[in-house]
Design a protein around this ligand. Structure first.
Ligand code: NDP
Length: 487
């Protein structure tokens, strides 16, 4: 099999009745064969390969951006931003894997003073990565780069909507590391993803909707395969009375409308304190109204990629309006599939689907609250807990609010800033999933922690031997009291 390319589905698949079975099995087997040599390269050797891959990606940045644009319909600038993020995250994982994962000594403590204690983060083996279509390069590169930097090999199942971007990543890595089969791609639909879950890989990193995440977890349970679930979100912004409203509105419109709202950490709801509400709503509405939607070259919003998603978005807008919400911009007339122009809604009841479910479209709900405390309560009442943001001129207060939000990531006076910082872990709580990609936690996610002790000398007291005497244990208790018996 040529590097980076998984075998095409064959009759064998039909024979098992399981689509993608042969392709997945072949890719996992090749990745498993390749893993020991890759691990043996060590951190420095792997860094050289990953750095070469990054350089190649940047050299061909336009090619990758074009491909992403073609597969997802996103605007050229959104696609370029994705390529830049890919390169930076890949650079970080390669540069920091040794520091985060190398073997280290830890204090052995008084009881085991005769031992040298070390811990190491060993590769798991083969990692299965299942990715969504909305950021077909940036999302997979998180787990792929961390897994590779840690000494694993990877089988990637991209969304059926974006197989070429996945193949492009594998092909460029194969060019940087000829004949090594480090990254295999299995193209196919959800059945192929399910097959990867059952294929015997050592861990699955899933990014997609929470509903699919539940299926992935159930499939992985059959083989006790561990999982990272990066699910959907319903990200919120809290706007305090003292906020820079111009900056908050600019950030809110960007976070809600870029990529036509099809971003897991896209902004879907704002809670603005009453004193600031009128001006904030004016600013948000004006900025969103200025955006261009459609297939024109200068468009700010491209299409809604999944046709069925248009109906989800429409359903949320209808539900909100039927329950008495005000449409400050757009409404039913914003829908011209596959395009949806920006919609801004105010006074949306908290039990409307526009506030309880992920909309994944260019719809922003802005509700007015009496205080920042009330905003925090409403943000935390949701079932998702991915990203959030807070706008206030008082940075200390902003950090305090951030600490009280039930979200995996929070930006103060910015939006989505955490996603652009490769050193920060990315992931959520609740329906948004668990586990982390990016940062040191993301590197450790694809390793098994191994604790090793090595005896330095024979201890004078031996409490873990049948040769111990009551005197041994009395001496031990006396010693413990002397050292740790006082506060
Ligand atoms: P889906 O959940 O529909 O699909 C995600 C991936 O899972 C795709 O590759 C899909 O394949 C595959 N898949 C589908 N069914 C199964 C199955 N039974 N077993 C294994 N794999 C399966 O998500 P979308 O692609 O539509 O992406 C949008 C969603 O992703 C949104 O909810 C968004 O919030 C979330 N997301 C979360 C992020 C995060 O980091 N938390 C980041 C980006 C997106 P196929 O496409 O071929 O059906």
């Amino acid at each position: 099999m040529s590097p980076g390319a998984a075998p095409a589905p064959t009759d064998a698949d039909a024979g098992t009745g399981r689509p993608g079975a042969a392709a997945v099995a072949g890719a996992v087997a090749a990745a498993r064969r390749a893993q020991p040599a890759w691990e043996a390269l060590g951190f420095a050797g792997r860094k050289r390969v990953l750095d070469a891959w990054r350089v190649l990606i940047l050299r061909r940045a336009d090619e990758l951006a074009d491909l992403i644009g073609r597969e997802t319909g996103k605007t050229p600038d959104d696609a370029r931003l994705e390529v830049v993020l890919v390169a930076d995250h890949l650079r970080w994982a390669a540069a920091h894997a040794a520091r985060v994962l190398r073997r280290r000594r830890v204090p052995a403590g008084m009881l085991m003073v005769n031992q040298s204690a070390t811990l190491a983060y060993r590769p798991l083996g083969v990692i299965g990565v299942i990715g969504p279509w909305n950021y077909p390069a940036f999302i997979p590169i998180g787990p792929v780069s961390a897994a590779l930097a840690g000494g694993n090999t990877v089988v990637l199942k991209p969304s059926e909507l974006t197989p070429a971007t996945g193949r492009w990543l594998a092909a460029t890595l194969a060019e940087a590391a000829p004949g090594q089969d480090l990254l295999q791609v299995v193209a196919g639909d959800g059945d192929t993803g399910a097959e990867l879950c059952r294929s015997g890989v050592d861990k699955i990193s899933f990014t997609g909707s929470s509903a699919t995440g539940r299926k992935v977890m159930a499939a992985c349970a059959e083989t006790l395969t561990p999982v990272v679930i990066e699910g959907g979100g319903k990200d919120a912004m809290v706007v305090a009375a003292d906020a820079d409203l111009e900056a908050a509105a600019d950030a809110a419109v960007w976070a809600a409308m870029s990529n036509a709202g099809q971003t897991c950490v896209g902004l879907e709801r704002v809670y603005v304190v009453r004193e600031a509400a009128e001006r904030f709503l004016e600013l948000v509405t004006a900025k969103a109204a200025a955006l261009r939607t459609g297939d024109r070259p200068d468009a700010d919003l491209g299409p809604i990629v999944l046709p069925r998603q248009v109906e989800v978005i429409r359903g949320h807008v209808r539900d909100a309006l039927a329950r008495g919400a005000r449409a400050l911009l757009g409404g039913e007339h914003s829908f011209a599939p596959p395009y949806v122009a920006p919609v801004v809604l105010a006074d949306v009841p908290e039990d409307s689907t526009a506030l309880t479910q992920e909309t994944f479209g260019p719809v922003l709900v802005v509700n007015t609250v009496g205080s920042v405390e009330e905003a925090v309560e409403l943000v935390n009442a949701g079932s998702y807990g991915l990203g959030a943001s807070v706008f206030t001129r008082d940075r200390a207060a902003g950090r305090s609010v951030a600490g009280r939000l039930r979200a995996g990531m929070v930006s103060v006076n910015a939006v989505i800033a955490f996603a652009g910082i490769p050193a920060l872990p990315f992931g959520g709580v609740g329906d948004s999933g668990f586990g982390r990609v990016h940062g040191a936690d993301g590197l450790r996610e694809f390793t098994r922690t191994q604790a090793v002790t090595s005896q330095l000398f024979r201890p004078p007291l031996r409490p873990t031997s049948f040769s111990r005497t009551p005197g041994t244990m009395r001496a031990l208790v006396r010693m413990m009291r002397a050292v740790h018996g006082r506060r």
